[in-house]
Design a protein around this ligand. Sequence first.
Ligand code: NAP
Length: 248
Amino acid sequence: MLKLLILGGTTEASALARALAGDSRLDAILSFAGVTNAPRQPPIPWRKGGFGGVEGLVSYLQNAKIELLIDATHPFATQMKRHAAAASQIAKIPLLAILRPPWQPESGDRWTIVADMPEAARALGAAPRRVLLTIGQKDLAAFHAPQHRYIIRSVDPPVMPPPNAMLITARGPFDEAEEMALMTRHGIDILVTKNSGGTATAPKLAAARKLGVAVIMVARPPPPEMETVPDAEVALRWLNHAAARRGV
Ligand code: NAP
C-alpha cells in the first residue's frame, strides 16, 4: 500500500477522504489542525493538532513512513502550506496541493477587493454600516470601529468578538434563499469575506448581488510554489497514476 498524508480542514480534503475510503491501494490519513470543536467524522483514519512547525512535520512524515503528501488546506492557510512545501523538500516526499479556483466578480456585483483584513476594516469607512463578517474567528481583531454593527457568522463562536457584535454560529453549505433571508433580517448593507472560492459558501455572493449589498473581498495570499490541482477529482487521478507507477 502507498501511504499518504492529507492536510485537511476543507471540503476538498473531505471529498478526497470519501473517495479513498476502502481503497486497498492507498493507506491515507487525514490531518486536522483542531481549530473547530467538532470536525465531521471522516471515513478514513485521522489525526488532530499541529505537527510542531516544519521540523515536526518532517519527523511525522518520516516516523509514519509517509510516501505522498497532499496539501488540501484552505487557500488562506498560508503557514501550513509553507510548512508542507518545505517539509516535502526536506523529507523528499512528493507534494500535491488541491487549491480551488478563486471566485470572480460577476455583472451586478459591488466588490471592493482588498489585500488583507486591516485594509478590509478600513474599507468599511467612517459612516455607520451593518456588516456581515464571514471571515472565520481568528481574523477579527481589525474590526473594532465603534460606529459599525457587526454580525459575525463563524463555525465556532469567536473567543474575542468586537463589543458591538452579534454572533451566529453555523457551518456551511448555505443556500441563496437562506443567505438573502439572513441579510434582510439583519439589515446588512455590506459583507466582508475572504476569497475562499468553492461552492459551499458562494451563495452569500449571489444573495449580496440580488440585494445590492456591497462586498469587501479579501484577496488570497499567494501560495508557495507547488504542483497544484483544482479539486479532489483531479487529485484522485494524480494518486491513481502514483499508485500505478508503484505497482500497487
Ligand atoms: P495556518 O495559519 O496556515 O496554520 C497554523 C498552524 O496550524 C500550522 O502551522 C500547523 O501547526 C497547524 N495546522 C494547520 N492546518 C493543519 C492541518 N491540516 N493539520 C495539522 N496541523 C495544521 O492555518 P489556519 O488558517 O489557521 O487553518 C487551520 C485549519 O483550518 C486548516 O486545516 C485549514 O484548512 C482550515 N481552514 C482554514 C480557513 C482559513 O480561512 N484560514 C478556513 C476554513 C478552514 P504546526 O506548525 O504546529 O504544524
